[in-house]
Design a protein around this ligand. Structure first.
Ligand code: UDP
Ligand code: MG
Length: 317
């Protein structure tokens, strides 16, 4: 199974004890029906992202029953993007597919992905044909985010494609050569290029447990996405500053002319207050944006490892 592994399924898990066994069962069922994988040329690689419950025991049990199951386990919670990176680093397959353990990425799509891969595509991403399983606010904010991202960034990310996608070994190796600490995977795939295609699927509701992403986490994730793929938010302040300065100049000329023509009648306090507050607000905002980028430069220069592994399961099978 080491070098002749064709397909690696990588599965980040955080507190998902009830989800592990059903996942392995459903996925194995699908994979066994794919002729070239039938002889066992696949692996299911869990990345335990610092779970506090019995997730690791569930994985150990699954490994005892099925040697295709392997795992790396983190020393604490490092986040899904770090877990995905660990998965890519430890996967042995010629093709790699990240999947959520909650069965929201239907395994039944895998045969179609493999077919497209065999036809020569290097990235086959799953696109949600409907997001009926997501709440309305989540759908709206997701939509808004994709628009904002693709407007601001040169690396256009495919709309409504999650992390569920098949990656050829070439793509995996390219991703692993990217040294950045802020790992916004969707943007990295977009930047890497390669021959891409998509397969549609409808996203079911979570099989068990509850989502690990609240709105604050998603907002932070969105900020990471934009700041790691675009410098437009930095540049926009030069233009805005230029515009305000131009306006101020015109206003100064207007006041000068008016004073010469009509004398000085001590003009209003309101306009003064408004412009002071407005400019103060703009300056704080632009400082904040600068701070976002500086903070990220700090994490990049510290160059800490992306994750720490406490233990591995099945590494020498
Ligand atoms: N996950 C993870 N680390 C985290 C949060 C989530 O590895 O810090 C995993 C989680 O166990 C699941 C996947 O990422 O397998 C997707 O999480 P979830 O289903 O909660 O996200 P949603 O589908 O709501 O976007
Ligand atoms: Mg989910």
């Amino acid at each position: 199974m080491t070098s002749d592994c064709i397909l690696s399924i990588i599965v980040p898990v955080k507190d998902e004890e009830q989800a592990v066994a059903p996942f392995v069962e459903r996925v194995s069922e699908v994979l066994k029906d794919i002729p070239e994988l039938a002889r066992g040329h696949y692996e299911i690689l869990f990345v335990d992202d610092g779970s506090d419950d019995a997730t690791l025991d569930a994985i150990r049990q699954a490994h005892a029953g099925d040697r295709h199951v392997r795992a790396v386990s983190f020393s604490r919670n490092f986040g899904k993007e770090a877990a995905l990176t660990a998965g890519l680093e430890h996967a042995r397959g010629q093709a790699v597919v990240p999947m959520d353990v909650d069965l929201q990425d239907p395994p039944e799509v895998l045969p179609q992905m493999i077919e497209k891969w065999r036809a020569g595509f290097e990235i086959v991403y799953g696109v949600r044909s409907d997001r009926a399983s997501d709440s309305l606010p989540k759908r709206l904010t997701a939509d808004l985010y994709y628009r904002a991202h693709n407007w601001l960034s040169n690396d256009k990310i495919p709309v409504h494609a999650g992390d569920f996608r098949l990656l050829d070994r070439k793509v995996v190796d390219a991703i692993l050569r990217m040294p950045e600490r802020n790992r916004f995977m969707k943007g990295m795939f977009a930047w890497a290029g390669f021959r891409q295609t998509s397969v549609p699927y409808s996203r079911p509701a979570r099989a068990s447990g509850s989502s690990k992403f609240n709105y604050w986490k998603l907002w932070t994730f969105a900020l990471d996405g934009i700041t790691s793929s675009s410098t437009v938010p930095l540049r926009v302040w030069s233009y805005l500053g230029g515009l305000v300065a131009l306006f101020a100049l015109a206003y100064a000329i207007f006041i000068a002319v008016r004073t010469v023509a009509f004398g000085n009648d001590v003009p209003g306090y309101a306009s003064l207050m408004v412009s002071v507050l407005f400019l103060g607000g703009l300056q704080l905002l632009s400082l904040g944006v600068l701070g976002e980028y500086v903070g990220r430069i700090l994490t990049e220069t510290k160059a800490r490892p992306l994750y720490i592994i406490r233990e591995q399961i099945g590494e020498d099978d």
